[in-house]
Unconditional design. Sequence first.
Length: 700
Amino acid sequence: MKKLFTLVALLAMFLGAKAETVVDAEIDFSKYSDISEFKFAGWGASESALARLTIENGCLHFHSEEATDPSWDCQFHPIGGVEVEEGVTYTLHYKVKGTVEQNISALGFNTTPYGQFPITTDWVEGTFDYVATASKGGDILMQCGDYIGDFDIAYLKITHEGKANARPEVWVQQLENGDAEKSWADLGLDGVKFNDQEKNFKICAWGKVKNENMNDDGGWDPVPAQIVEDPDKPGNHVFVVKAALADTEGDASAWDNQFWIQSPKSWKAGTKVRVKFRYKASQEVNTNTQVHKQNPSDYLHWQAVGDVKFTTEWQEFENTFTFDENQAGAWSIAFNLNPEIKTPTEFYFDDLSWEALKLDEGYFVAGSNPDAGIEYDFDNATELIYDEAEGAYVATIGAKDAYVSQVMISTIRGNNSAFKGATIKPKGDVVIGEWLDYSEAASAKILLPGRAIWKVVIDVEYGKILFDFLGGEKIDLLEIKPNPTEVVVKGQERDWLSNGNEEEVGAGEAWDNQFFIVTNRPVKAGEKTIIQFKYKASTDAKVTTQSHELPGNYIHWAAIGDINFTTEWQDFEATFTIPSECNGEPNNADNPTFNKNFRSIAFNMAEIKEACDYEIKDIVWKTEDGTESLIDMEGALNLYVKEGAGTTPYIFGTDHETGIKDVTKSVKVATAKFNLAGQRVSNEYKGVVVDNSGKKYFAK
C-alpha cells in the first residue's frame, strides 16, 4: 500500500493536479441597457464599429447597411483583459444569430490560427479555440466591415483548461504614498530633482510640464508630482500636473507634458503586475501611455496600459498585465498628456497602486518527459537548496516511476510566465557529470541525455551547472554542431534611383541586400525551433527579418525580429515559432502569398543606405527538442546571399549563375498595413505598424 501511495503521489507531483475549466472572462450582454454602459476590451472600437453597435433585447446588436472600405476599418474588441500563457489553448464560447449567414473574422492577438466567427440565421451556441503565442493574447478582435445586415451576440466567454486547486495569487503593493496623503517633505524628499530620483524610490509620482525645470540641453526634466487638496473633496489630497499648452508654433510632441507612476524596482520579462488609480482632468482629453526605464523620461517601449480617456469626473482604472521581453527592465508607466489638448489642462491622479504578484525567488527546477506524458508543473517546481558540503545549490528531479528527460530551471516560482521569463541554461549540450557555464535565457528547455532521475547542482559563485545521472535510461542526443561556414554578404549601397526620384529619402528597398538560411524540409506553422549564430558587420547596422518559402518568395513580415549588428562579434539565440501565416494553406483567398510552405528566414540587409559587409558564422537551426538539425552542419548549401537591387539569391561561395533563378519578388499590396499581431488595420490606427513589405514604423 505504501509503494502504491508513493507512486500516486509522485505522478501527481509530475503530472500536476486534475484539470478543470477556468473562466478567464465572461460577458452577458443582458446586463446592459445602453452601449454607453459597456466597456470594450483592448483599445476599444473603431468609429465605424461604434456607429453600428447598440444594446437591444439584451444583446450586443450590430446593424450595417453598407460595407466599409477597407473591411477591417470596422472592428471592435468585445471581450478581453485576459492574461494568457504562451502555448495554452483558449476557448471562446458564444451565442449568436444574424439576418445573413456569413463568417466574420475573430482574431486573438498573438494567437494562432486566426479564426472565422460563424453567423447563421438561427441562434447558435458554439465554441472556437485559439492558441496563445505570447502573453498578450487575451483580447478578441472582431472585424465585420463586410457584413451587411444585422447580428446579435447574447454572450461571450473565454475559458481554458487549468489545474484544480492551482496556487492562489497573492499581490504585494509596491508603492508608498500612492494616496498622496503625505507630502514629499514628510517622506524626507523635499526638493528632490530629476537627477536624484534613482536614490529616492519612495517617489511614486512624477510630473513634467513644458518649459518648466529646464535642463542644459534645452529640454525640461521631471519633478516629483505636485500634491494638492482634492477640489471635489476637501481634506483629501491628490497628485496634479498642470499641463501647459503644447501645440504652440507647431512643435508639439505628445510627451511635452507627462505624468509617471513610478515603481521602486525594475521588472523582468514574465512579471505580472496590476496597476490601479483614480483619474480626472479639467477637460475631456485622451492620453496614451508608454513604459519607461529607471529615470522618468528614459523611454523603453511604446506599449503600456493603452490609451486612457480623461473626463471631468473621477474614474477608476485597473489593468493586469505581464511584461514581455520588449518591456523587460521597466520601472514606470508614462502618460503622454497632450496629444490633443488645445488649452492648458489640469490632470489629477489619486490612489495610485502598483501591485506585483508575490513570487518565490531562488533556484527552481521543473521536469518533463514528453514520451511518458509528463508535463512541466511550474507551480510545484523543486527548489534547489544550498548544500554547505557541495558549496552549491542542489536538487533531485525525477522518480523511479516518473523519469524526466528535460528540465527548465528558473530563479522565479509562483507564476508560469514569470518562471519562463527567468530561466537559465547551460552553454552547450549536457554531458553527464561535467560542469558547464550557464547564462540567462528566457523559456530555456534543457535536454538531458536520458530518461532518468537527475541531480542538479548550481555553483552560483562560478556560474557553473552540473547534471548527475541517478538511475534510469541513458540516451544519445543528436550532436548538433554549428555550421562553421563564415558567410560574408557584401551589401551594396541602396538603389536610390529605383523609384525614379533621386531626392527621396528611403528610395530603394530594405531587401536590396539579403541573407537567407534555408531549411532542408518545409517546417509547419506552429513548430518551435531554435536558431543560433555569431554575427558582426563593418559598421553598425540594423537588419530586419522575414519568413520566406525559397529565398525571395516572401510569405510573412515576422521572423526572428530585428538584429542590431556592430563591429564586434555578438551571439544570437532565439526560440522561433513558425508563424501561422506560413501554414502552407491559403487562409486568405485575396492574398495567395499565404499559400506557401515555410523554408527560410530572410535577413534584409539594406535597412541602412550605405554599403556594408555583414558576417555570420557558427549557425545552428534545430528543432526545439534537439532531435533534428534543420540545416546541414557543414557546407553552404543552406546559405544564400543577395548583393544589390535586382540581383538573384545564390548559394554562398558559388558563382552567381548557379544560384536559384525561379524566385519571385515579395508580393506587395499597396494599401495593406498590419499591427504587430499581423492583423490588418485602418489608416487611422495609432501605434507600431508594419507595411506589406515588412517595414515597421510608428503611426501617430
